[in-house]
Design a protein around this ligand. Structure first.
Ligand code: ZN
Length: 274
C-alpha cells in the first residue's frame, strides 16, 4: 500500500514537471520531437526493470544478511535512533557522490554512464535514461553501501525515494526564478547546477557530481555555478547529431570500442580548502 502510494506521488510529480518544463523551458531543445522522449522512456523502462530484478537476488538478501549479522559502521556505534537515521542518510548520499565520480573516471563504468550523458537535451526523461548495465552495477554498489554503512531498510527507503524525486527534478528543463533556485541550491542539486555537469566540455562535466544534497560538491571543491545555461552544450563530445544517439546506438555503445568515449581525467578528489 505504502509502496503504491509512493509510486502515485512519484508519477504525479514526474507528470507535473514534464508539463511545467515545456511551459517554462530553461534551455532550448535540439530534439524537441516525441522520438527522443520515446527513446528515453524505453531506456528508462529497461533500467527500471533491471533495478526491480536486482532487488530480489542482490539488495534484499544483503540487507537481511547485514541485519542478522549486525554488520556495518552504524551498527557498531551506540547511537540514538534519530542520529542513526540522519547519519545513514548523509553517508548514503555522500557515497553516491563518490560512486558518480567513479562513473566518470573508471573506463568501464564510463562506457555505461556515458549513455545517460549522450542525450542531446536535458529534461525529466533524461532522469530516467540510464543504461541497464549501469543500474545492474549500481545494484552491486547499493549492496556494498548496505554492508559497509550498516543503514537500516527504512533509512535506505527514505533516501531512495527522495533521491528518485531529486534526480527527475535536477534533470528537468524547468526555468525556476533565479532567486528560488539559489535558495534551493544551498541544500539541494538544482536544474542549472546539474545542467553544467551534462556539458560536452570536460572541465564543466567534471563538476557537480552530487545527486541529492549539494554539499558534497562544496566539500570537495567540485561545485560550478558560473556557466550560463545558454552557453552549455548538452551531450558527450563527438556525438552531436540525433543519428549518433539513436536507441540502438545508445544501448550498444558500452559494448563497442569507440575512441570518442574518453573517461574524465579531471582533478583528483580533494577537500575544498586544498
Ligand atoms: Zn554524470
Amino acid at each position: 500500500m505504502r509502496r503504491s502510494l509512493g509510486w502515485v506521488i512519484f508519477g504525479s510529480a514526474l507528470g507535473a514537471l514534464f508539463v511545467a518544463e515545456r511551459r517554462r523551458p530553461l534551455r532550448r531543445q535540439k530534439e524537441p520531437g516525441p522520438e527522443r522522449v520515446g527513446r528515453n522512456l524505453t531506456i528508462g523502462l529497461l533500467a527500471g526493470a533491471t533495478t526491480a530484478a536486482s532487488e530480489f537476488p542482490i539488495v534484499a538478501p544483503v540487507q537481511r544478511l547485514a541485519e542478522r549479522g549486525r554488520l556495518g559502521l552504524l551498527r557498531l556505534l551506540p547511537l540514538p535512533r534519530v542520529l542513526r537515521v540522519v547519519l545513514g542518510f548523509l553517508l548514503l548520499d555522500y557515497t553516491l557522490y563518490l560512486w558518480h565520480r567513479m562513473n566518470h573516471h573508471a573506463p568501464l563504468l564510463w562506457r555505461f554512464h556515458a549513455v545517460h550523458h549522450l542525450d542531446l537535451d536535458l529534461d525529466t526523461t533524461t532522469g530516467l535514461r540510464f543504461h541497464f548495465g549501469e543500474l545492474a552495477m549500481a545494484a552491486g554498489f547499493r549492496a556494498l553501501q548496505i554492508l559497509l554503512l550498516g543503514v537500516d531498510r527504512d533509512t535506505l527507503r527514505l533516501w531512495q525515494q527522495m533521491l528518485v524525486v531529486s534526480v527527475v527534478f535536477h534533470h528537468s528543463n524547468l526555468e525556476l526564478p533565479i532567486e528560488v533556485e539559489e535558495r534551493l541550491n544551498a541544500i539541494l542539486v538544482t536544474p542549472r547546477m546539474h545542467g553544467i555537469h551534462h556539458s560536452t566540455r570536460a572541465d564543466e562535466t567534471d563538476s557537480n557530481y552530487s545527486s541529492l544534497l549539494s554539499c558534497w560538491d562544496r566539500l570537495h571543491g567540485s561545485l560550478r555555478l558560473d556557466v550560463p545555461q545558454e552557453q552549455v552544450i548538452i551531450g558527450v563530445a563527438g556525438f552531436s547529431t540525433p543519428d549518433e544517439v539513436t536507441l540502438e546506438r545508445s544501448l550498444l555503445l558500452p559494448f563497442e570500442e569507440d575512441s570518442r568515449l574518453r573517461p574524465s581525467i579531471g582533478a583528483a578528489l580533494r577537500p575544498a580548502s586544498a
